[in-house]
Design a protein around this ligand. Structure first.
Ligand SMILES: NC(=O)c1ccc[n+]([C@@H]2O[C@H](COP(=O)([O-])OP(=O)(O)OC[C@H]3O[C@@H](n4cnc5c(N)ncnc54)[C@H](OP(=O)(O)O)[C@@H]3O)[C@@H](O)[C@H]2O)c1
Length: 317
């Protein structure tokens, strides 16, 4: 099939493009950065340049590509966050831009897809830290989200999920990825990686016992699930996470050890609120993980790293 990938150069896109090519698809990859075109060619895609927030530019490149499937991987999450922003992530420039890409960017791609007669649309979403904090430790796609979550961007995520799954001109699938780790992500061997850097420096403490449950996903497995969603599966929402949701108090020491760091510090909840803020404290103490049962069953998706335990020892670099 001809597949148009918006966000083809990102952490996920860089894994996705070669996997799509290897599966026999013809890939057109969008970037807003002309200097990244050669990199896309090297991955096997035909590059196109457009700003996702410019509806005319998006309509032009999608119209010229005439894809059967559009994949939306646009975010602005890979930059750096200052400590002040980490305390109030809703104020961070990367959160505001990601909200725009998930609202305006989604609408422009959907309009362009409908106009060109695409028949399938697969979009990146994010489920972690947004489940209602009243249910069990592991939640499914049918479980409610928390309307009062302090985590930023819920409105934009709901917009994307609703807009994509309600299209009538094609099949809309939403992939709620877990926390990415692996090459190019915030948890990798890169010394400056957004999460791995502070973990190495013991600046990523376990707050309040670390009972918050996180679902991780290796970026290579996230890309494999995306290839599966391009090829099959009914419209709807899928959690793309590994088999082992785990409390922070369990996974963080293992990850620190895999990075060659000393064990993480432990601080009480009141101090966490003070130094790390409300969002980080919620993530560390109250977050719920997600089940991948639906994605495995309906997308026929196999994981190379079914557990983060294996992934952080074998798949970070
Ligand atoms: N995904 C999550 O749920 C999540 C949550 C928290 C943190 N993280 C971390 O953030 C990173 C996310 O990886 P990712 O692959 O989702 O994102 P990414 O690596 O930041 O890639 C974003 C993609 O979107 C494109 N893009 C952004 N704005 C654009 C615009 N205005 N017009 C056209 N294209 C635009 C970029 O294109 P160009 O730059 O080529 O123009 C790039 O291809 C990882 O490091 C991950 O660990 C992810």
């Amino acid at each position: 099939m001809k597949v148009f990938v918006a966000g083809a150069t990102g952490a996920l896109g860089a894994q996705l493009v070669p996997q799509l090519v290897a599966a026999g698809h013809e890939v057109v990859g969008m970037t807003r950065t002309p200097s990244k075109q050669d990199g896309l060619r090297a991955l096997g895609a035909r590059p196109v340049v457009a700003d996702a927030l410019d509806p005319d530019a998006v309509a032009r490149v999608v119209g010229e590509a005439e894809p059967e499937v559009i994949v939306h991987q646009l975010t602005a999450l890979s930059g750096k966050m200052s400590l002040r922003e980490a305390r109030h992530p809703e104020r961070a420039a990367m959160a505001k831009m990601t909200n725009r890409l998930r609202t305006e960017g989604t609408d422009h791609l959907l309009a362009a897809g409908q106009a060109v007669g695409a028949r399938r649309f697969v979009a990146q979403s994010f489920g972690a830290f947004r489940f209602a904090r009243s249910g069990g430790p592991v939640q499914t796609e049918a479980d409610p989200l928390d309307p009062d979550t302090p985590a930023p961007g819920l409105d934009a995520i709901l917009h994307l999920e609703q807009a994509v799954t309600s299209i009538t001109w094609g099949e809309g699938l939403v992939l709620r990825y877990g926390g990415f780790y692996g090459p190019g992500t915030g948890l990798s061997l890169d010394p400056d990686a957004m999460m791995a850097g502070p973990i190495r420096k013991r600046q990523f403490p376990i707050i309040g016992g670390g009972s918050g449950v996180w679902s991780h996903i290796h970026v290579e497995d996230a890309a494999a699930a995306t290839v599966a969603a391009v090829e099959r599966g009914d419209p709807g929402i899928y959690s793309i996470v590994d088999d082992e949701p785990a409390p922070v108090g369990e996974w963080l020491p293992v990850v620190a050890s895999a990075l060659g760091a000393k064990p993480p510090r432990r601080i009480p909840r009141w101090l966490g609120r003070l130094v790390a803020g409300e969002v980080a404290t919620m993530m560390m103490t109250e977050a719920r993980g997600a089940s991948n049962a639906k994605a495995k069953r309906e997308l026929d998706w196999q994981l190379r790293y079914p557990s983060w335990r294996l992934g952080v020892t074998k798949g970070l670099g």
